[in-house]
Design a protein around this ligand. Structure first.
Ligand SMILES: [Fe+2]
Length: 365
């Protein structure tokens, strides 16, 4: 922390420790699609650009530090300077929301004797998982720097045995290949012909073993052809982008025309119907959240039974489902074809946060 700036890592630590901090987001409302949990949105962009506090002057700020945030940190720096001139202990979030995209927190639970650590990219909504049994663990859908997972594994005394993805991602850059390389373990991807780098394919029905536990691969096509759900002892389902807490995956990101998207939506309906035939207590652990993930240590998860009762889309007949899904396709995630290309090549750009800016747009609710 310098005199008037705070890094993403430092703010993340303050929020994780539950310390008192007020985050003030000064972006124009039209630029806000994702925020920092608990932040206050103040439409002061125009005023700040003209060197005035505008509505920021009216805020009744509680005692303690105030962190100002904007897109990349420039307008927030003006807010910080003006607030400091009035005696407020203000700090600018270095790099703004673009840098915050890499912030994360964790939540943990024991499921069927297996430790599940949900590693949440709070600034983007990507959910990845470390599942550990005895001294071994598997990472599913690594979406953060490998060092994050290596650190969490070390803290728990777990040895990584495989890095696994549920599918080829279109909204964020997979870090699974790098993690596998760094840890000297196998990269396991659903069997498909798109990846242009070495990996060991996961076949439908295959069991990936770790400690005394195993993940069983269940092919669930629709969001993409290779999409795979990993089942943990019929107690939990890591559903990737097939099934979310309050919605379903989108079937259009593999390109093609409306007819192809309709065919994939039909497959998605079959896949989801298969998942919803699991026992109602089965925990659903998806690949994304649709809201910024609070620093609350609460697992972002639900059960098969709750989804059956609360998500109207999944109760539709196949034809109605296809129609409803196609009618609610959100805008494409920013840079999605470039991201897919990097993921198919198994490479990462020098600065991932540039390509990954913005919220995830994977779900149809
Ligand atoms: Fe996806």
């Amino acid at each position: 922390m310098t005199a008037d700036r705070i890094s993403v890592g430092e703010l993340q630590e303050l929020l994780a420790a539950g310390q008192r901090v007020t985050v003030v987001d000064v972006r124009s409302p039209s630029d806000v699609d994702w925020g920092i949990p608990g932040s206050i949105q103040v439409d002061a962009y125009g005023d700040l650009q003209s060197g005035r506090l505008g509505p920021l002057a009216e805020l009744n700020l509680p005692p303690g530090p105030v962190v100002t945030v904007c897109g990349v940190g420039r307008t927030a720096a003006i807010a910080t300077e003006l607030l400091r001139a009035t005696g407020v202990e203000a700090l600018t979030l270095d790099g703004g929301m673009r840098a915050w995209s890499l912030a994360w927190n964790v939540a943990e639970a024991t499921v069927s004797g297996v430790e599940v650590v949900q590693v949440r990219r709070t600034g983007k909504g990507c959910l990845s998982y470390i599942v550990g049994s005895e001294s071994e663990a598997v990472v599913i859908d690594a979406a953060l720097d490998p060092d994050v997972y290596v650190g969490l594994l070390r803290e728990r005394g777990w040895r990584l045995v495989a890095a696994v993805d549920t599918h080829i991602h279109a909204d964020h850059l997979s870090r699974s290949r790098l993690l596998a390389q760094q840890a000297g373990v196998e990269l396991r991807l659903p069997a498909q012909g798109r990846s242009r780098h070495p990996f060991r394919p996961v076949a439908d029905g295959e069991r990936i073993l770790f400690g005394s536990a195993g993940l069983v691969a269940l092919r669930t096509p629709g969001h993409s052809a290779e999409s795979t759900t990993y089942l943990l002892d019929e107690a939990a389902a890591f559903t990737g982008d097939t099934l979310f807490l309050s919605g379903v995956g989108r079937p259009d990101l593999e390109g093609g025309d409306a007819q192809e998207s309709a065919a994939r939506a039909g497959l998605l309906h079959q896949s989801i119907s298969r998942l919803l035939r699991l026992r109602e207590a089965v925990l659903v652990l998806p690949g994304h959240a649709s809201e910024p993930i609070p620093f609350d240590s609460q697992l972002s998860a639900t059960t098969v039974g709750t989804i059956r009762n609360t998500v109207g889309l999944v109760r539709l007949e196949p034809n109605e489902f296809v129609e409803a899904v196609l009618a609610h396709i959100p805008p494409h995630p920013p840079n999605h074809s470039l991201i897919v290309d990097f993921n198919e090549r198994g490479e990462l750009p020098d600065d991932p946060s540039e390509l990954e800016a913005g919220a995830n747009r994977c779900a149809i609710a």
